[in-house]
Design a protein around this ligand. Sequence first.
Ligand code: UDX
Length: 439
Amino acid sequence: MKKICMIGSGYVGLVTGACLADFGNQITCVDVAEDKIASLNRGQIPFYEPGLRELVERNKAKKRLAFTTDLPESIRKCEIVFIAVGTPMDKDGAVDLSAVFDVAHTVAENLNGYKIVVNKSTVPVGTGARVRQVIREHTGGKVEFDVVSNPEFLREGSAIGDFMHPDRVVIGTSSTRAMKIMSRIYRPLYLIETPIIRTTLETAELIKYASNAFLATKISFINEVAMLCEQVGADIQVLAKAVGLDGRIGSKFLHAGAGYGGSCFPKDTVGLLKVAEAAGAELKIVKAAVKANEEQRKRMVRKVIQAVGDLAGKTIGVLGLSFKPRTDDVREAPALYIIQDLQKRGAKIRAYDPVAMPNAGRVLDRVTFCDDAYAVCQGADALVFMTEWNEFRELDMTRIKELLIEPVIIDTRNIYDPEQMDNLGFRYVGVGRGKPCQA
Ligand code: UDX
């Protein structure tokens, strides 16, 4: 059992804290936001993540998980400090590290004995070394400490499963003492033979960026091939399946769609480009992946225009507002980008999402939020699928057709079968599902 202080009770901090508590550790989750800590103390989770509320409740009841705003006290009482604060992108695409360094200062001021400072936040290479320097300068080398990079690979919507059954755990530090303690923390995962990558701070920091940039590239690649499919009358679904069956390629992250979004891929790809630029290394492939993703969003708007015609005065129904299913996170969600673009062109929007409407409502204006998918279609000139929530996969299409003014569907996630939609009398547009050329 370790006493751990988790600084930052956002998505990463809360999931990591609750999971480490479940391993039997004593966790104090800290945040500067008083309202957030107050609601966590009342048992309310500030965002939607399947299974998290139950996990938090269980560990709170066992007195292994507590929430506070008192950072100095929490640092003094623990052996390990996890930094899981936000590292947003500033307006030039660089990573804003002010929260990380604020924390580093407070850690330094409260270093009352050997502690390990673990960076969970995604940070540019070299940040761990800078954190070490800040603490060392402040303490004048009087107290021992170590800095570790331990990046997270949690997907929103399946974060607890990802923590409990990871593909790998990455621990970066040059200190044998810290490495030993960190290995102890992850020992529960040895039972399921999780590979543990033990490496340097710098390599660990870069592993996180390289992983996300590669996944983003895979998505952009398949989206570009989807565009080609449309031109030559090929089917991206069949193509991706066949390509993905090659063990060297793998079938995951080969789903063509509206482009990637969320809090990680858009930020981390651009962040990596900044890191590379500063290091004098040009990453042409990552640059292209970013550009292709921007194009993909625009392409989705063009699909709607092609299917509906002039958008002025038209009503478009949109299903799905979060950046992917099983989350209420709308950060960098393609749906929001596309809705705003359609609005600029004069369209009225009716929309529904199982959980993301409150968050979307804070960003979007003039959208009519509806109670379900069918209400969205009432009086709409076309229906656009933006996220592949399970509840959108088996809709009563005959009813949808009756409700829509025109039977037009733009399915940016390829949820439905084009042939079936044709048979039902829809004008159906997917992504990368070109009609075969007639001989
Ligand atoms: C991602 C990484 O997967 C995770 O390891 C990292 O730590 C944080 O970022 P997350 O942002 O939750 O996790 O989403 P993910 O499930 O990876 O999807 C990212 C985006 O890519 C979504 O917008 C999704 O719709 C899109 N996507 C994913 C595709 O368009 N096609 C695919 O084949 C897969």
